[in-house]
Design a protein around this ligand. Structure first.
Ligand code: GLU
Length: 417
């Protein structure tokens, strides 16, 4: 596959085109849904600790708001580009639709390496981003949230800046906030929890034992929680490998999920975990495991390595980890893929709960959040699995058919076409 074909937005459009074809969407609907409705690209001057000023590049894409206000996270990443943000905003549109919450899709970010920024510099960058975007956001327009390398603290600074600008209390302008500022119970592990729940539903339908081996590629928020929640929610399982940007480790006898999370938090990396063997990061994906969780970035499963993947279930906690060629190969091999915008929809679902609680100014217990999350995820999973069985299409295509048809219906009902 050429580099150009790895452009995530080209991939997102190709996936959409396939669904539009199967659904027989009319040309105007296709054109509307294969492009963002609005895009913002701007510069953010930030005073650095050494007295210099650095100019950062910021983005926000409001992809589609037919089903409700745009919703989606903010990534702070060195490789962030307008096209990654466009792709992620498209996937947010299909994600909120597949879990059937009354929101649209958006995404934003900043090109930067947060590992090189002090807390003060991060705060000034967060407030600078919000100063540019405040007029285009709001609980009834567009609501950001955390994503790769953005945290509840960053959401808190952004909310505060928005409230300074508007002179009002507006907790629902952003989600993923710390609990004392209107965050929701259960938001921190919601992305991984939703994915692990989906693995449980899939195992039941496919008669696969979830208590066999599993591996986690990427050890940020979603990956770490998946490692621990898999055993907790599915009644067992042996974690045999994990990786992060430092490399990958393998322990055929099993890794204690709590111990590896503690090691990562203490040392900043997974390498050096006592009793583990270092392996090549790419070979983790090809290990003979029951369940594989890709939980890092895009395009890690592709034409080169897909033929060697041995997992029975691939649960995509990352956004866009599998290329279209990778998808086709996994499907032919009979690997059951739980596609990204279904597998990782738990995060935005609890973000939606957070907004509902902010509006009501009344907060739910953790048990209530978990029960409601299970309800939304199981309905979404069932709708996609049934589409996959009925239409004989792979799970990603089935998820697209469910999600795109709902957005198209909203567009029609609004009379846009
Ligand atoms: N960034 C997360 C995602 O990709 C969460 C988005 C949200 O909570 O709005 O789904």
């Amino acid at each position: 596959m050429s580099q150009n074909n790895r452009n995530p937005f080209t991939i997102a459009q190709a996936q959409f085109d396939e669904a539009a074809e199967t659904l027989g969407l009319e040309p105007a609907m296709r054109e509307l849904l294969r492009w963002p409705r609005r895009e913002y690209k701007f510069t953010i001057p930030v005073k650095m600790d050494d007295g210099s000023t650095e100019i950062f590049h910021g983005y926000r894409v409001q992809y589609n708001d037919a089903r409700g206000p745009c919703k989606g996270g903010l990534r702070w990443h060195v490789e962030e580009t307008m096209d990654t943000v466009r792709a992620l905003a498209a996937w947010m549109t299909w994600k909120t639709s597949v879990v059937d919450i009354p929101l649209g899709g958006g995404k934003g970010g900043v090109t930067c390496n947060p590992k090189n920024l002090s807390d003060g510099e991060k705060e000034r960058l967060a407030r600078g981003w919000m100063r540019v975007m405040a007029r285009e956001l709001g609980f009834d327009r567009d609501v950001p949230a955390p994503d790769v390398y953005t945290t509840p603290q960053i959401m808190a600074w952004m909310m505060d800046e928005y409230e300074v600008i508007t002179g009002r209390s507006h907790p629902a302008v952003i989600t993923g906030k710390p609990l004392p500022l209107g965050g929701s119970q259960g938001r921190n592990d919601a992305t991984a929890r939703g994915g692990v729940l989906c693995v449980g539903y899939a195992c039941k339908r496919l008669d696969i034992d979830p208590t066999g081996t599993y591996a986690v590629q990427g050890f940020g928020n979603a990956g770490q929680f998946a490692a621990t929640l898999h055993r907790e929610l599915l009644g067992g399982g042996k974690l045999v490998a994990v990786s992060d940007t430092s490399g990958a480790i393998h322990c055929p006898d099993g890794i204690d999920p709590e111990a590896i999370v503690a090691h990562k938090n203490k040392t900043g990396k997974v390498l050096g975990f006592p009793g583990s063997k270092e392996i090549d990061a790419d070979s983790l994906l090809e290990l003979d495991v029951g369940i594989l969780y890709p939980a890092a970035l895009e395009n890690v499963i592709n034409r080169q390595n897909a033929p060697n993947i041995k997992a029975k279930i691939v649960c995509e906690l990352a956004n866009g980890p599998t290329t279209p060629n990778g998808d086709r190969i996994l499907h032919e091999k009979g690997v059951h893929v739980i596609p990204d915008f279904l597998a990782n929809a738990g995060g935005v679902t609890v973000s939606y709960f957070e907004q509902v609680q902010n509006h009501a100014n009344y907060y739910w217990s953790l048990e209530e959040v978990h029960t409601k999350l299970d309800y939304h995820m199981s309905r979404a999973y069932d709708a996609v699995h049934e589409m996959h069985d009925e239409q004989k299409v792979h799970m990603r295509q089935a998820a697209y058919l469910v999600a795109v048809s709902r957005v198209a219906e909203a567009v029609k009902l609004r009379g846009w076409l």
